[in-house]
Design a protein around this ligand. Structure first.
Ligand code: NAD
Length: 289
């Protein structure tokens, strides 16, 4: 089936699942001026979720079907209800897209005109593409700093998605952070690293602040300094293009305080511990999948 191009200046964006991640992406897109909120829609039964989206101009449609029908790019951002299996998400997509396809006859909603993006962690591209009539999928794995425009996302294109589709998704997710392209087989490892690591860094910030308090700083100042220092170091690593080892060497004077601190980190096996936490996340996700 030939893919019809998504009109890059006028396309409509819809979210199935009006949760936190959908809100982050929609907000980022609107704040960056990538598209007016009038071209974005979602649907939700909960008034609080509806208000969250309406507060920055996103349209709330009465039914999910309307979102699918109306939009050219549909982001699937549903989370399984508590206690339900991941297959729930698959069943929901299948219901929405497959059975709709057979029920709805309008040419305007033929799927060759649509691009479906799934951010659901557990749904594989092959499962999405197995359904007849479904051709254009892109999987994206974002992370929680999307809430502040600093997500680390990776996208993988399904067989029939086009480079133009990839450009559209790179722009959308680029509005909430950075996005790379990678083979889908990397997605579990991506989730193990970028999905879980914000929590490790929060612990590191807390521990650095505790050290500052131990050294005599007021708590609030210590937390502010620790947070800003982590942000500054991450910005140095991303913006200077220098290897972290070089950046570390640049700030360790012979016989100085920083190398004394690094000695303590090495005695505690901090680098091995950080590697181990990613490996532990990986082992854990394989056990539950
Ligand atoms: P969330 O719980 O905030 O949002 C999910 C939303 O989907 C909720 O508002 C829920 O009411 C709605 N929903 C559930 N079942 C529905 C249905 N049948 N029809 C319509 N709406 C329905 O979750 P989230 O954090 O926004 O995550 C959404 C998806 O993004 C998940 O699949 C998750 O795996 C993926 N994801 C999340 C993150 C993250 O950092 N939060 C990172 C990567 C991927």
């Amino acid at each position: 089936m030939e893919a019809l191009p998504i009109p890059s200046d006028t396309y409509k964006l819809g979210f199935i699942g009006a949760g936190k991640m959908a809100e982050n992406i929609a907000r980022g897109v609107v704040q960056l001026g990538l598209m007016p909120p009038s071209r974005i829609s979602t649907s939700h039964s909960n008034p609080l979720r509806r208000t969250a989206f309406e507060s920055f101009g996103v349209s709330i449609l009465s039914r999910i079907d309307d979102v699918i029908e109306e939009c050219d790019v549909v982001i699937f951002s549903v989370k399984p209800q508590a206690g339900e299996e991941m297959s729930f998400e698959l069943e929901l997509i299948e219901f929405l897209f497959l059975s709709k396809k057979s029920r709805l006859t309008s040419e305007a909603i033929t799927f060759k005109k649509k691009l479906l993006v799934s951010i659901a962690a557990g749904i594989k591209m092959k499962d999405l593409e197995e359904w007849p009539g479904q051709s254009r999928f892109i999987r994206v794995m974002p992370n929680t700093p999307s809430a502040v425009g600093e997500a680390a996302s990776v996208m993988s294109l399904g067989g029939s998605a086009t480079e133009e589709d990839a450009d559209i998704i790179a722009k959308l997710f680029g509005s909430v952070g950075k996005i790379w392209r990678g083979d889908e087989k990397l997605f579990d490892a991506v989730t193990d690293l970028s999905g879980s690591s914000p929590a490790y860094i929060y612990l590191a910030i807390q521990a650095l602040a505790d050290g500052g308090v131990t050294a005599g700083l007021p708590r609030e100042l210590a937390l502010g300094l620790a947070s800003q220092t982590v942000l500054g170091a991450a910005t140095m690593a991303t913006k200077t293009g220098k290897h972290p080892c070089q950046l570390k060497d640049n700030v360790t004077s012979p016989g100085g305080t920083t190398i004394a601190g690094i000695h303590e980190l090495e005695k505690g096996g901090s680098r091995g511990t950080l590697m181990n936490v990613v490996i532990a996340a990986s082992n854990c996700s394989r056990e539950v999948s």
